[in-house]
Design a protein around this ligand. Structure first.
Ligand code: ADP
Ligand code: MG
Length: 591
């Protein structure tokens, strides 16, 4: 006897519903997308009790005629594709014909639709658990109104699984953001329990972002603009200092559809590297347009994940366009030291026009194959001065001279922090992190210098390792030699060091090599600059002053100046906050 049976439609729909409808916000997403597809100019979203009691979406789009209304809630009914070829040239949000049937099967649904321009007779259909209960003629205006009541009334397990109203509302707002941001040419109104949460009139993209994320976001936005044959990227990122603790302001819209893509997210993250703390997320609103046939949207029931043909290239384009824009905007903090009346702006770059960031280390430099050849440095405009104090570039010499003649008001707190004043308030600097940042940027430069000075050790240091450790350390030999290390022997079970970079404290050498071994993620395949980055980071860690070290006023001054001459004075090479400004306003508030 055959045991295989076709599932009844109602069961099949409920199973499909599990994929499409996880919570009220999924219903909101599907209904809003249908309204967008309908060509609506205005879309209204009304919910009660975070969508648990009611989700109602009204639009003034194309509407449905009697026949379509009778069919739209069947599974795989869609007006948006006719054949499988259409799948590769989709411009609409929906196309699987699953949403209405899935939602209908787990709720009480009512649809009113009318295709006429004037208020006239349209049709209404009422469904319970996907079963038609009523079909009527009703007077209505153009467009479609779909209300979904008592979601999951027939699946108590699902209903019980729903979170508090606050949490469910948060999910709905997230969906609303995603759809209303990209469809900024549509008016959106969103009412929750009779409170109007959003009333967004048609506008340009930037304006929509500001309307949704508040007026204060105006000054946070940096525009991104890139056009290549593979992709057009347009949009905005928030300046690094406005990064958030959550991912709540991260938006990719590929061909006008919100998508999640961890690979592209990584591209943005790396573009921000060194500019924001480890635990914060950059905010971005990016429209990426690619040829319709170069993506596959159909890999996920919610259609929020897509596959690109040119994954790697788009990654590279995205990363470089963001880096470029970040560089064009002065992302260094604007700090005015007011200890000198002649010196309103002690740092010459503050008044400079925005410019492309200076690449002052050569990322392409490969110490492995260039060891004996002279290295050509494309964009080098400074001479390195390997002095032992903190001053490394000429750029700020003039200001420094002036500062020196006027006693620099700074002191140390607990041998750990440097406190100084600026016209904006009191600046507290973590001395160790500041020094690490300065050294880190210097080591990166040094790695692309032709030669570097060596500090010869009086007594060579011998370190023992096993053969596996030696194999890993071998990779470091060339770049370290380039940085001024001298190895008498790089043997099979030990290395002997007779010279080191002048900044490095020789008592930390063993610890440094142990740390290299702990950071196993470098390998031959990884990009050279990743290895260089690690070397610069660890050397800065073991060369810096400690957080318990007395330094005199002159060194405090140099440290502060060198810090703000860095490309990124905000965070240490390990992503930790370097300084905090207590503003005058904050001080005034205290009293
Ligand atoms: P899909 O959007 O994948 O086509 P749905 O189940 O969401 O599938 O919708 C089924 C069909 O119902 C759509 O293809 C469309 O023809 C019609 N429809 C749904 N919502 C609307 C609306 N708001 N306005 C006009 N037509 C609609
Ligand atoms: Mg749909």
């Amino acid at each position: 006897m055959s045991v295989i049976k076709l599932l009844p439609d109602s069961v099949a729909n409920q199973i499909a519903a599990g994929e499409v409808v996880q919570r009220p916000s999924s219903v909101v997403k599907e209904l809003l997308e249908n309204s967008v597809d309908s060509g609506a100019k205005t879309i209204r979203l009304i919910i009660k009790d975070a969508g648990k009691t009611l989700i109602h979406v009204l639009d003034d789009g194309i509407g449905m005629n009697k026949d379509d209304l009778k069919k739209c809630f069947f599974r795989h009914t869609t007006s948006k594709i006719r054949n499988s070829k259409d799948l590769y040239s989709l411009k609409t949000m929906g196309f699987r014909g699953e949403a209405l049937s899935s939602i209908a099967s787990v709720s009480h649904m009512s649809i009113i639709s009318n295709q006429e321009n004037t208020k006239s007779l349209g049709y209404e259909i009422k469904l319970e658990g996907g079963e038609e209960k009523l079909f009527n003629e009703v007077i209505s205006s153009k467009g479609t109104s779909i209300s979904v009541k008592n979601l999951f009334f027939n699946i108590p397990a699902r209903r019980n699984f729903l979170k508090s109203d606050n949490v469910e509302l948060k999910h709905i707002i997230d969906e609303f953001h995603r759809i209303s941001l990209i469809n900024h040419e549509i008016n959106f109104i969103f009412i929750n329990n009779d409170n109007e949460l959003f009333n967004l009139s048609k506008s340009i993209f930037k304006e929509r972002i500001i309307r949704i994320f508040g007026n204060s976001s105006k000054q946070k936005l940096i525009p991104i603009n890139e056009e290549t044959d593979l992709a057009k990227i347009k949009g905005f990122v928030f300046k690094p200092e406005y990064s958030r603790k959550t991912r709540s302001a991260q938006f990719f819209f590929v061909n006008n559809r919100f998508i999640k893509n961890s690979h592209l997210n990584h591209a943005v993250k790396t573009a921000f590297e060194g500019l924001i703390q480890d635990k914060l997320y950059p905010s971005y609103f990016l429209k990426i347009n690619v040829p319709l046939n170069s993506i596959d949207v159909n890999i996920h029931p919610n259609k929020t994940e897509i596959k690109f043909d040119n994954d790697q290239s788009i990654y590279a384009i995205l990363k470089s366009s963001i880096k470029h824009s970040l560089g064009q905007f002065n992302i260094a903090p604007t700090i005015d030291f007011d200890n000198n009346i002649n010196l309103n702006t002690p740092y010459s770059y503050r008044n400079k026009d925005a410019s492309i960031p200076k690449v002052d280390y050569n990322q392409a430099f490969n110490p492995f194959d260039n060891l004996n050849k002279p290295v050509s440095l494309k964009t080098k405009d400074f001479e390195i001065t390997n002095s032992k104090d903190f001053v490394k570039t000429d750029q700020f010499k003039n200001e420094l001279e002036i500062l020196k003649t006027n006693s620099f008001p700074s002191f140390q707190l607990k041998s750990k922090y440097i406190i100084t004043k600026t016209s904006a308030g009191i600046l507290i600097i973590n001395q160790k992190r500041a020094h690490q940042r300065i050294l880190y940027e210097n080591f990166l430069k040094d790695l692309s210098n032709k030669t570097n000075p060596v500090q010869t050790l009086l007594f060579p240091i011998k370190l023992d390792f096993n053969s596996e450790e030696i194999r890993m350390l071998n990779l470091l030999e060339a770049p370290l030699v380039h940085l001024g290390f001298k190895f008498n022997n790089f043997g099979s079970d030990n290395i002997e060091i007779s010279g080191i970079h002048p900044f490095l404290n020789q008592k930390n050498i063993n610890e440094l090599f142990q740390d290299f071994l702990r950071n196993k993620d470098y390998n031959q395949d990884s990009a050279v600059h990743t290895l260089n980055d690690l070397i610069a980071k660890l050397l800065s860690k073991y060369s810096s002053i400690s957080s318990n070290e007395n330094i005199n006023v002159k060194l405090q001054e140099s440290l502060v100046n060198d810090l703000f001459a860095c490309k990124d004075p905000n965070v240490s090479p390990f992503g930790k906050l370097i300084f905090k400004l207590i503003s005058l306003e904050e001080i005034i508030k205290i009293f």
